[in-house]
Structure formats: structure tokens, C-alpha cells
Design a binder for this molecule. Structure first.
Ligand code: NAI
Length: 350
């Protein structure tokens, strides 16, 4: 609702103030972890839901982390953020998910030395089964859920399976960090600001089989739009160095920082949720969503596609040409997702 303030005698402008919306409840899991440490500020400062939308933050972590979480709560208070309506720290998923409109599922068990990918999958899908059940019970039915914790795509699928009362379109997995990395690599290669590159696509799984695809990307050079492959004019680079740099970027950050990507992961999670809530226009973004079989991909796995978003609903971009090279990559990452799904469903039976 808009209302006009008083017109001052000395001023010719009319002060128009927007009345604040009611706060929405937003949950972040893994709230005592390193991604959350960056993410919470972005949510509470208005970068995700807009500068007029107050938020009530629900912070979920496991019981042994409650002391650390208390410190995070203190810091949030000390930020004195006008949009932060309240904070609820808890180790109880049903309390954390109660009436939430948005869920950032970041918390997961980290991979320890000597741990096989299968062991990690098994530990983490159990978490997402339990969280799916809790969301089903107490979250709003229109809650938008972003899974960041790995294996993100398969965790999102399992979470959706155990929350049948929430539409499956509301469960997504994060491949936005990969998209941002890809966009940044292309901008550097072309010598343009990152904002001048758009429509790069991440297909498939958030894993080393993902396919970063620049074939439909567009660059703005001197005010004119041009195809990225034409502007770069080096197919070999786009098929090899570009793909492997994006696929291995996470490992490169760990090697340098001795810790995994957190600042950039939090920024990507903010980008994903902001675009989902506020829309993309005709810009494409990559999101892991439950596959409807588009582009010959396996159905009923969470597969990353190019999507556009309007009115809070995502839609897969259709009609793109898939080259033989791309076909092979799309199939490979799809096959991995089908295998992961089977492993995860086996774990959930126990
Ligand atoms: P972290 O280890 O710093 O924090 C994880 C937090 O989750 C810890 O505080 C832990 O206690 C908590 N946690 C564990 N089990 C939980 C449960 N059942 N419920 C609630 N909280 C729980 O890890 P970080 O760096 O914050 O990363 C989190 C996850 O995000 C990891 O799985 C990581 O692999 C993944 N990731 C995904 C990316 C993507 O692009 N999709 C990018 C970067 C990281």
C-alpha cells in the first residue's frame, strides 16, 4: 500500500513511502557452517527478497553446533539490519521448517578423508529424507526449496519424494555457482565485464560430469550482441579448457584456500533464490529441477537446465540445438544422475 507523506512548505517534492510488507519466514540449514556465514547476511540485508521485504530467519543446525550458532545469532543482531524481523536458532527440523516460504538447505555432512562418494551419498540422503518429511508436515505448501548440500541434485530429489504434499516444481538444486563460474571464465577470455555475458548453460549434475555449455551464450561488445562462440572463435577452447576449468573450479578453490568455496557458493544461492522469487526476464539461468524429459534427458531426476522465471514459476528454455558433442555430455551426466538416484532410493529403503 502506498501513502503520500505531508508536503513540506519549502520543498516541492512529495515524500512517498512504501509500507513494509509482513515478514516472510526463511530457513537456512547448516546455519553454523561456512556457506551460511556469508549467506545469512545477504538474506537479511535484502539482497535476496528485495529491499522492502522483511525476513524472519530460522536457523537449523545439529545439536553439537548450537554454541557456534549462538555466536552467529549475536553477530546477526550486531549487524542491526532493518529488514531482519527476528531469528530462531534450533536443532529441531519441524521447528525450523514451520510456515517457511523459502528454504535454503545447505547443511550436510562434509566429505571426510577416505570417504567414498557412495558413503557420503548415503549419509546425506538420510538427512534429506528426514528434512523432506519435516517440510511436508509443517512448511507452507508454496515453499520454494533450494538444495545446496551435496550431492545437491539427488538430495533435492529425495527431499521432494518425502514431501509429497509440496509440488515437485518447488524443489531445486543449485548449479548457479557453476553458471557464475562459467560466465566469469568467458568474460575473462573475451576481456569484457561479466555483466556483458549471458545465457551460458550448465546441464546435468552438480558434479564433475556437469556440462558447461557456451554454444548459445551471448556477449555484448561495444553495444552490439554477438554469439560467444563466434566472438571467441576457438571451438577447441570451448570444448576442452573452458569445460574442465569450470568442472574443476571447486577443487582449485579448495587447493588454494584449504576450504571449499563459501563466499561464491553463498552468492550463487542468493542469485538462485532471488531470480526464483523476483524473476529473470528473458535472461536464462541454470537450475537443477525435476526433469520432464526435455532434451532427451532422463525423467524424474533433478537435472540442471536453462530456465526463465516469471511469477515465481520456472520454465525450461526449449528449442535449443544440441550438437553431437553436447549430446554425449548431456547423456553422461544424465546417466550419473540415474545411478545416484538408484543408490539414494536403496539407502532410503533401510
Ligand atoms: P560446513 O561443513 O562449513 O557447514 C555445514 C553445516 O551443516 C555444519 O554446521 C553442520 O553441522 C551442518 N549440518 C550437518 N548435518 C546437518 C543436519 N542434519 N541438519 C542441519 N545442519 C546440519 O559446509 P559448507 O562449506 O557450508 O557447505 C555445505 C554444503 O554445501 C556441503 O555439502 C558442500 O559440499 C555443499 N556445497 C554445494 C555447492 C553447490 O554448488 N551446490 C557449492 C559449495 C558447497
Amino acid at each position: 500500500m502506498l501513502w503520500a507523506g505531508k508536503k513540506l512548505n519549502v520543498d516541492t517534492t512529495v515524500v512517498v513511502k512504501r509500507e513494509m510488507a509482513a515478514p516472510i519466514k526463511v530457513v537456512v540449514t547448516g546455519a553454523a557452517g561456512q556457506i551460511a556465514y556469508s549467506l545469512l547476511y545477504q538474506i537479511a540485508s535484502g539482497a535476496v527478497f528485495g529491499p522492502e521485504q522483511p525476513v524472519y530467519l530460522h536457523l537449523l543446525d545439529i545439536a553439537p553446533m548450537m554454541g557456534v550458532l549462538e555466536g552467529v545469532v549475536m553477530e546477526l543482531a550486531d549487524c542491526a539490519l532493518p529488514l531482519l524481523a527476528g531469528v530462531l536458532p534450533t536443532a529441531n527440523p519441524e521447528e525450523a521448517f514451520k510456515d517457511v516460504s523459502a528454504a535454503f538447505l545447505v547443511g550436510a555432512m562434509p566429505r571426510r578423508e577416505g570417504m567414498e562418494r557412495k558413503d557420503l551419498l548415503s549419509a546425506n540422503v538420510r538427512i534429506f529424507k528426514e528434512q523432506g518429511q519435516a517440510l511436508d508436515k509443517v512448511a507452507r505448501k508454496d515453499v520454494k526449496i533450494l538444495v545446496v548440500g551435496n550431492p545437491a541434485n539427488t538430495n533435492a530429489l529425495i527431499c521432494s519424494k518425502y514431501a509429497p504434499s509440496i509440488p515437485k516444481e518447488n524443489f531445486t538444486a543449485m548449479t548457479r555457482l557453476d553458471q557464475n563460474r562459467a560466465q566469469s571464465q568467458l568474460a575473462a577470455k573475451l576481456g569484457v565485464p561479466v555483466k556483458d555475458v549471458k545465457n551460458v548453460v550448465i546441464w546435468g549434475n552438480h558434479s564433475s560430469t556437469q556440462f558447461p555449455d557456451a554454444s548459445n551464450a551471448i556477449v555484448n561488445i561495444g553495444g552490439a550482441e554477438k554469439s560467444v562462440p563466434k566472438a571467441i572463435n576457438d571451438d577447441e577452447f570451448l570444448k576442452t579448457t573452458f569445460v574442465s576449468t569450470v568442472q574443476k573450479r571447486g577443487a582449485a578453490v579448495i587447493a588454494a584456500r584449504k576450504m571449499s568455496s563459501a563466499l561464491s557458493a553463498a552468492k550463487a544461492a542468493s542469485d538462485h533464490m532471488r531470480d526464483w522469487f523476483l524473476g529473470t526476464g528473458d535472461r536464462w539461468v541454470s537450475m537443477g529441477v525435476v526433469s520432464d524429459g526435455s532434451y532427451g534427458t532422463p525423467r524424474d531426476v533433478v537435472y540442471s537446465f536453462p530456465v526463465t522465471v516469471s511469477n515465481g514459476k520456472w520454465k525450461i528454455v526449449q528449442g535449443l540445438t544440441i550438437s553431437d558433442f553436447a549430446r554425449e555430455k548431456l547423456d553422461l551426466t544424465g546417466k550419473e544422475l540415474v545411478e545416484e538416484k538408484q543408490d539414494a532410493l536403496d539407502v532410503c529403503k533401510d
